[in-house]
Design a protein around this ligand. Structure first.
Ligand SMILES: Cc1cc2nc3c(=O)[nH]c(=O)nc-3n(C[C@H](O)[C@H](O)[C@H](O)COP(=O)(O)OP(=O)(O)OC[C@H]3O[C@@H](n4cnc5c(N)ncnc54)[C@H](O)[C@@H]3O)c2cc1C
Length: 400
């Protein structure tokens, strides 16, 4: 392999996770390149709602990951020297029925016990916090007052603006098409723009990870589902105080046949007054880039149900992106068994909250050969995958 593009480390995937990792590696003094098949934020990171949430955390093993990472947000903007629009607005997870309420009691207690501020609020108390919610439509909410929101684009570019002066080499529109392996060790990657060599390659490729694994005969159990979003015109007369989520799959054991509109709703208001609405779409390994015909309708129905005042809001655009889940709800972080020098850091449930620590973990794996900041053994690639503590996706609909 020729040495034109020769680095210590290659990070593949310029989403929030890849940008965080690339920054930490460059800051550690390693000659690092960040490659993306498209542009920065072209995957789920440029499509998401910006919720920094821990109320959906996988409870078995992920609490230290999420809480340690969340604590980093206090200083991250200052460290990176850029405003991240990080705000602790609080997240209200709406519970439409008694069944949802009862299904959330255990989770709320577990979160509170783990030190994640969380309380169950009846409908009237929810309406006091968030007067735009129609209290008649809910039994109550699980309220996480410390959680909040961030601007994901600012987050990615804050990392990159710090990392590039430290020597990070950014290669957009450079798709990895294969791996160069010798005697079970990674030597670099083949791309649409030639060969890149490095002794270590970190994959932060989320929904595309499975495909990359298949190139070297690996079967990484990263699954995808599409999530969709839309944005309204600015509503300057309205002020949403918190962030809203609601998700049947967290509280109820759905049978897979229920209405798509029940799957998930996220709602927040931007600093400019626009409402951002999102919905978890459908399972499957689809990387299809176009929004389904059902998703905007489902988002409109659900938003209008809980927020009648938004029924007349006019939409500007909608979009979709593939995102990931694993069977046990834990991410895949660590070295790839049998392929020396290849590391995965991907498939986080609610990636934004985990983004700061993902960079630190990957940098430790590269520089020390182990992770000290938290115990990542539950996230190892060759673990036994148990069953997730929540139903993360709902079987429904066809791609359309
Ligand atoms: C509509 C929507 C709303 C969401 N809302 C939230 C939310 O509010 N809060 C939250 O925490 N999470 C949310 N998520 C999930 C979150 O966006 C993702 O978990 C997160 O962005 C994943 O980040 P990532 O960096 O791991 O992957 P991605 O951002 O998907 O980045 C992977 C990158 O890898 C690149 N890539 C893939 N294959 C190759 C290749 N062969 N060569 C080179 N590059 C390659 C892709 O182009 C892509 O840029 C939402 C997702 C969606 C779609």
């Amino acid at each position: 392999m020729h040495k034109k593009n020769s680095f210590d480390v290659l990070v593949i995937g310029a989403g929030v996770i890849g940008c965080s990792i690339a920054y930490r590696l460059a800051a550690a003094g390693l000659k690092t390149a960040l490659l993306d098949q498209s542009q920065v934020g072209a995957g789920a990171s440029g499509a998401n709602l910006g919720m920094v949430q821990s109320n959906d955390v996988e409870l078995g093993h992920s609490i230290p990951l999420v809480t340690t990472s969340f604590a980093r947000y206090g200083q991250l903007g200052e460290e990176l020297g850029m405003r991240l629009d990080f705000k602790r607005t609080g997240i209200l997870h709406l519970l439409p029925s008694e069944e949802h309420w009862n299904g959330s009691l255990e989770r709320a207690a577990a979160l509170a016990q783990a030190g994640i501020a969380c309380e169950m609020l009846p409908a009237r108390a929810v309406a006091e916090i968030e007067p735009m919610v129609d209290p008649e439509t809910i039994r109550g909410a699980m309220y996480a007052p410390d959680q909040g929101q961030i601007n994901p684009f600012r987050l990615m570019w804050a990392y990159l603006r710090r990392a590039i002066p430290l020597g990070l080499s950014l290669h957009t529109f450079t798709r990895v098409t294969g791996f160069e392996l010798q005697s079970g060790r990674v030597q670099g990657v083949h791309t649409t723009h030639g060969e890149f060599s490095a002794g270590t390659v970190v994959l932060a490729t989320a929904a595309w990870t499975r495909r990359l694994g298949e190139m070297i005969g690996q079967n990484w159990r990263v699954h995808t589902f599409r999530a969709s979003a839309m944005v309204t015109e600015p509503q300057h007369s309205l002020k949403l105080r918190s962030i809203i989520s609601t998700a049947d799959h967290i509280e109820l054991a759905l049978d897979g046949k229920k209405d798509i509109e029940l799957a998930f709703l996220g709602l927040r208001q931007t600093a400019d007054g626009n409402f951002l609405i999102s919905q978890a779409d459908r399972p499957g390994e689809s990387l299809y880039p176009q929004i389904s015909a059902l998703a905007p309708k489902a988002m409109a129905i659900m938003t209008g149900r809980y927020f009648p005042i938004l029924r007349r809001a006019r939409l500007l655009r909608s979009w979709t992106a593939p995102t990931t889940y694993t069977e046990d709800g834990c991410p895949l972080i660590g070295p790839v068994p049998g392929v020396e020098g290849l590391i995965l850091a991907t498939a986080f449930r609610s990636s934004l909250i985990n983004t700061p620590l993902a960079g630190e973990i990957a940098a430790e794996l590269v520089t020390l050969g182990r992770c000290e900041v938290i115990d990542i053994r539950p996230f190892a690639l060759d673990r036994e995958m148990g069953k997730a503590d929540t139903f993360y996706v709902v079987e429904s609909g066809q791609d359309s």
